[in-house]
Design a protein around this ligand. Structure first.
Ligand code: PAF
Length: 280
């Protein structure tokens, strides 16, 4: 595995790659969810580029940028074991050089759900993803369904900017209790990890109502909120039953629906979602 720390080096490494090139952008603190992205890239591409960059632009002033888990040596070993050809590990100044000011604004879709709770977050995500795409010029890039809104925004970005890059979604990986894997889960005590199982339980409760014919968006949202309210350690941020592409809240659910939620447990913010019917 070649490690490139500058834009110049990663461009030179990219120029030597041929065939279908896959990109897996990450912020490190790798877990089995990232390994699933890397495995998909490895099996679907001739060469795999991964990036490890904790992007300051997507963290709000009161968010956990400084405390975001970092373990470069462990991450490097995992990237290598997963068959990454080129690892791009830039310093902040490589991505945001002095004097830069351009930002990518995905529009109204970036201001609902996570965007409403984390103003500016998706401008930071879209900006760094556009930069990573421009620097590494992949044929295809892999994003997890766990960050459903991010996935929709990146799909739009690739389409709207005519980038000619395929965006491939990869399913959420869950632990035995159903908790979606996330780098932030390391902040949860065993007790809080158990409590966090309520997030997936809430989604499954709404899914079961939908399977039994419930087509009211409000009823589906209430079904999720009731499960979360039952768990003392959970502070609910939002529950949503929205159109999977426009992310508009639905009153009636005649077709596909993205059920999503966000909650805080002992200061750690967790998100999860499922799409109905199952997209696979
Ligand atoms: O999903 C993430 O880890 C990040 O938002 C991403 C896509 C790597 C951009 O910083």
């Amino acid at each position: 595995m070649r490690i490139a720390q500058t834009v110049r080096d990663v461009r030179a490494a990219r120029d030597r790659l041929t065939g279908r090139v896959g990109l897996v952008p990450t912020m490190g603190a790798l877990h089995a969810g990232h390994e699933a992205l890397l495995a998909r890239a490895r099996s679907g591409c001739d060469s795999v580029i991964a990036s490890l960059f904790v992007n300051p632009a997507q963290f709000g002033p009161l968010e956990d940028f400084a405390a975001y888990p970092r373990d470069r040596h462990r991450d490097r070993a995992i990237f290598e074991a997963c068959g990454v050809d080129v690892l791009f590990e830039p310093a902040v100044e490589e991505i945001y050089p002095p004097g830069e000011s351009t930002r990518v604004d995905p529009g109204p879709i970036a201001r609902v759900l996570e965007g409403a709770s984390r103003p500016g977050h998706f401008i930071g995500v879209a900006t760094v993803v556009a930069k990573l795409f421009a620097i590494t010029r992949p044929s295809v890039a892999y994003f997890g369904r766990k960050d459903a809104q991010q996935l929709v925004i990146v799909q739009r970005l690739a389409r709207d900017l005519r980038l000619g890059i395929e965006i491939e979604p990869v399913n959420t990986v869950r632990d035995a209790r159903g908790l979606a894997l996330s780098s932030r889960n390391v902040n949860l005590s065993p007790k809080h990890r158990t409590a966090a199982g309520a997030l997936y339980k809430a989604l499954l409760t709404a899914k079961s109502a939908w399977t039994n014919g419930q087509r009211s968006g409000q009823a589906l949202r209430k079904a999720m909120r009731d499960v979360l309210d039952h768990e003392e350690a959970i502070e609910t941020d939002y529950v949503s039953a929205a159109h999977p592409e426009t992310l508009e809240e639905l009153d009636d659910v005649p077709g596909p629906v993205l059920l999503s939620l966000a909650a805080r447990i002992a200061g750690t913010r967790l998100i999860d979602n499922i799409t109905l019917p199952d997209p696979d």
